[in-house]
Design a protein around this ligand. Sequence first.
Ligand code: ADP
Ligand code: TRP
Length: 331
Amino acid sequence: MEIVVSGIRPTGDLHLGNYFGALRNFLKMQHENNCYFFIADYHSLTTHPTPEDLHGNVKRVLVNYLAAGLDPEAACVYIQSDVPQIAELYLLLNMNAYVGELERVASFKEKIRRQPDNVNAGLLTYPTLMAADIIIHRAHKVPVGKDQEQHLEMTRNFVNRFNRMYKVDYFPEPTAYNFGEELIKIPGLDGSTKMSKSDNENSCLYLGDSQEAIRKKLKRAVTDQGPTEPNQPKPQAIENIFNIMKAVSSVDTYNHFSDLYNNCQIRYGDMKAQLAEDVIIFTNPFREKIAELTADTEYLRKVARIGAEKARESASKTVKEVREIIGFKSF
Ligand code: ADP
Ligand code: TRP
């Protein structure tokens, strides 16, 4: 049986990009594999250091996970900071991670640009913490969106270095995974190629957005004057609306608007109104579940406790074995 690990940082509610890029994969994999899905709250401190946000955001992500259908009876659902063994493995991995290679990671360079006043060491070592998350359960597959590919490559480097250095075949090489498909990137409503809450809140459609919010955001979504000649290639912002439609609407609806575009008869107002209704239908079940689960603190507490126990069991075993491999011995 394959071991699967993935996580999402608790920096706010989950959007359609998180759903199609990551969550949907978790859901498809949870019954056939040995799955660990966690909330990366240590990671969130690299960009969201304020205590006020932390617990609320962890709760929101947990609620979103469960509302989307993550089954805590099938998969181990836990909060990263409940498993301190991850921090120990992170420390050990950092001893064999080079500053040069960490400085070259695209997400680090981007964070320097985005938060020049807070270039903390956690940002630099983000890939070693992420590697620790993955290899703490000796995972094979990591369901994530396309933006995480480089982090997975780093994880494989650390794994190979560890195995080589200690002459063992202990950690498997994990790969980024999308259930039977290419890795996915859902674009934003603002014309950007990635729906991302860190880039632009307004580019996102959240699983728990109200119907009014969805209609309003789609009304404002970036478009242009429309094509002037038949069968023109689509500009980025238009391509984005079509791609979101591809994810949530029926094939017929998509083809209908695609034909209109190709005949220069498209009215973006109509297309966006249709897309808003389809997003609403798509998110209806989430919205209801989110409200229900948010009120059930007792249940959330139970899920987190059981998940933490199971994750710690697997994590302690790995850390114990790693300590032996590295050569720590008790007197
Ligand atoms: P954000 O970029 O909004 O801050 P996160 O970095 O927390 O989102 O992403 C959590 C997970 O969701 C990761 O696996 C990431 O690859 C995936 N993801 C985020 N945005 C998208 C997107 N627009 N399309 C596909 N996957 C995405
Ligand atoms: N870096 C991931 C993101 O930004 C979150 C994450 C942290 C993660 N640790 C992980 C994903 C381990 C998969 C496996 O979305």
